[in-house]
Design a protein around this ligand. Structure first.
Ligand code: HMG
Ligand code: MG
Length: 285
């Protein structure tokens, strides 16, 4: 039987957060409801961040309240601090994600603080989550390249990944935030991380700015990673990473992964349908 590889759908969060057009809450709910029927086990649907920083995500609680939760699907939310954690918990997110950067420049642009200060803000989230039985995922941004600081040393990513796991994250998602990784630079980074954290606790989160995201998924599969973040329709980018374009499209990631003999368990027709909907949301047509 083909070995399973999981795609973690992040389009409703990482995808939509970057859209300029204010997207009505009902449209976000409709997209999530469609994705809930496509075979995902995890979907990131909201951010509980400052609405002054990312206005598009200000309706996270309404999105979580309005979706039809499908059995077996976990609905995740991004939380930068305790205010965000309290919001996500009140909205009944099934899990939360904290997000740190492997580079100081991006940490300041995205979170307005140093990497160490961001970890200090995450500590109470991790402590409360442990008490609440809430799972916490960790993201690391700029794992090979930073738009402010240039190339990221692999050792910095390995240190931070090990730290997030030690602090209680169940999985660390490694973000090529600006989509500049090559299979070679990504492999060098992954080898350093894999010396400290097993592949089963890692995910790949690759943006497709340079058109190499699927090649980077393939390089990661060869090193044992089996979870990849993606966004239907290739939605996305990051508002605080100049030049960052879309996440790898779920439909492209699914095709590449399945062409290599793995199974994603996703329903192709449902994915293509959701991708068409996501692309329409961009234009409001
Ligand atoms: P700050 O301005 O330094 O902090 O922002 P603050 O504590 O002074 O708060 C400013 C205002 O925001 C205050 O309101 C707070 O109450 C409010 P005011 O007194 O001015 O009226 N506030 C909040 N409101 C709602 N929810 C909250 C919250 N926190 C504070 N949780 C802060 C610091 C972290 C809040 C800000 O920098 C922020 O929200 N950053 C998030 C940026 C973001 O969402 N970026 C995109 C996601 S990361 C990403 O996409 C990368 C990833 O996909 C992986 C990859 O690709 O690499 C994960
Ligand atoms: Mg991202």
């Amino acid at each position: 039987m083909a070995e399973p590889v999981e795609i973690f759908e992040v389009g409703p969060r990482d995808g939509l957060q970057n859209e300029i057009r204010p997207i009505p809450t009902v449209e976000k709910i409709a997209l999530v409801d469609r994705l809930s029927q496509a075979g995902f086990r995890r979907i990131e649907v909201a951010s509980f961040v400052s609405p002054k920083w990312v206005p598009q995500m200000a309706d996270g609680a309404a999105v979580l309240a309005g979706i039809a939760r499908a059995p077996g699907v976990r609905y995740a939310a991004l939380t930068p601090n305790m205010t965000g954690y309290a919001g996500a918990r009140a909205a009944r997110a099934d899990e939360v994600a904290i997000f740190a950067s492997a580079s100081e420049g991006f940490s300041r642009a995205n979170l307005n603080c140093s990497v160490d200060d961001s970890i200090a803000r995450f500590l109470p989230i991790l402590e409360s989550a442990r008490a609440d039985g809430m799972a916490v995922r960790g993201y690391i941004s700029c794992v090979t390249d930073c738009p402010f600081d240039g190339p990221t040393p692999p050792g910095a990513v390995a240190d931070l990944a090990a730290r997030l796991i030690d602090l209680g994250c169940y999985e660390v998602s490694l973000g090529d935030t600006i989509g500049q990784a090559t299979p070679d630079s990504l492999t060098a980074m992954l080898r350093a991380v894999l010396d400290r954290v097993p592949a089963a606790r890692l995910a790949g989160h690759y943006h497709d700015t340079a058109g190499r995201a699927c090649d980077n998924i393939e390089a990661s599969l060869a090193l044992g990673l089996r979870v990849f973040d993606a966004a239907v329709g290739g939605l996305g980018g990051c508002p605080y990473a100049p030049g960052a374009q879309g996440n790898v499209a779920t439909e492209a990631a699914m095709d590449r992964i399945e062409s290599l003999g793995y199974t994603t368990g996703l329903n192709r027709a449902a994915i293509l349908d959701a991708a068409a909907m996501a692309r329409q949301m961009r234009t409001g047509a």
